[in-house]
Ligand binder design. Structure first.
Ligand SMILES: [Zn+2]
Ligand SMILES: [Zn+2]
Length: 259
């Protein structure tokens, strides 16, 4: 059984499914993927994300504001803590820093990221971190504000081994998307070979970043299997073993999903 540890189910292209999201969830289940974490990116999509999590027993939710959305929405710690009270919420985020696309909003992003880290530490919930071209600042804020117990995950990781190593030292997990299957991702493959198995999560980040051989097409949770098969190969272990370990990791990190 596999887990998709990060997907945006409210944004999937459902045109190939007559019965909408039910169809995509059933297609994933047919391939052994039943548990999913549907990730919130703004106050605007929060209610839909929670509604999806309420509709399926094995789909969980996060609450937070994506770094690309923070200028419109700077949400304070108390508000985040209130959002997190929903019983299907297992994490804060996604939050973080993206200096690649939105460096002009860096100060807002840092303040928002800090609020999510504090809310995570205070609620005991892990934090889902999006980080791109902001290695030093990301690590510095985690060091200053994250709780080593509830910790979090660097999702859709594409940065250096040095960054991964420092995050692992702070008890964070590293989540790998379909990017690892891309031709030009040799540096990332090198990182994946080094990340300890017990700290590895697997995600689609659908509807974005479909793995090879679906690259460029709409992504969906059922393709987490291609990502997992590829990583099992890199790690030199059987697919079933990787599926089992990464599933265990998911429930170790997102503890509220066990209830
Ligand atoms: Zn992201
Ligand atoms: Zn995402």
């Amino acid at each position: 059984m596999l887990v998709d540890s990060h997907c945006h189910l409210d944004r999937l292209d459902l045109s190939r499914y007559e019965n909408g999201l039910d169809g995509a969830v059933a297609a994933a289940a047919e391939r052994g993927i039943s548990t999913m974490l549907c990730v919130c990116i703004s106050e605007e999509n929060k209610d839909r994300v929670l509604e999806i999590a309420e509709s399926y027993p094995a789909i969980f939710a996060s609450v937070g504001v994506h770094p690309s959305d923070v200028e419109q929405e700077l949400v304070d710690v108390e508000t985040l803590k209130t959002w997190a009270k929903h019983p299907k919420v297992v994490a804060l985020g996604e939050t973080g820093l993206d200096y690649y696309y939105t460096k002009d909003k860096a100060a807002f992003q840092r303040e928002s990221f800090c609020n999510h880290l504090v809310a995570g530490a205070e609620t005991g919930l892990p934090v889902i971190v999006h980080t791109r071209d902001a290695r030093e600042d990301t690590l510095e804020l985690i060091r200053a504000h994250a709780s080593p117990e509830s910790s979090g995950v660097l999702h859709c990781f594409t940065e250096s081994w040095e960054m991964a190593r420092q995050a692992l030292d702070m008890n964070f997990y590293i989540s790998i998307s379909g990017i690892v299957t891309f031709k030009n991702a040799e540096e990332l493959r090198e990182v994946v070979r080094k990340v300890p198995l017990e700290k590895l999560l697997i995600e689609t980040d659908s509807p974005y970043l479909a793995p090879v051989p679906y690259r460029g097409k709409p992504n969906e949770p059922k393709y987490v299997r291609e990502v997992a098969e590829y990583i099992a190969d890199l790690k030199g272990i059987r697919f079933e073993e990787l599926a089992e370990i990464s599933r265990g990791n998911f429930f170790n990190l997102f503890k509220r999903a066990n209830a």
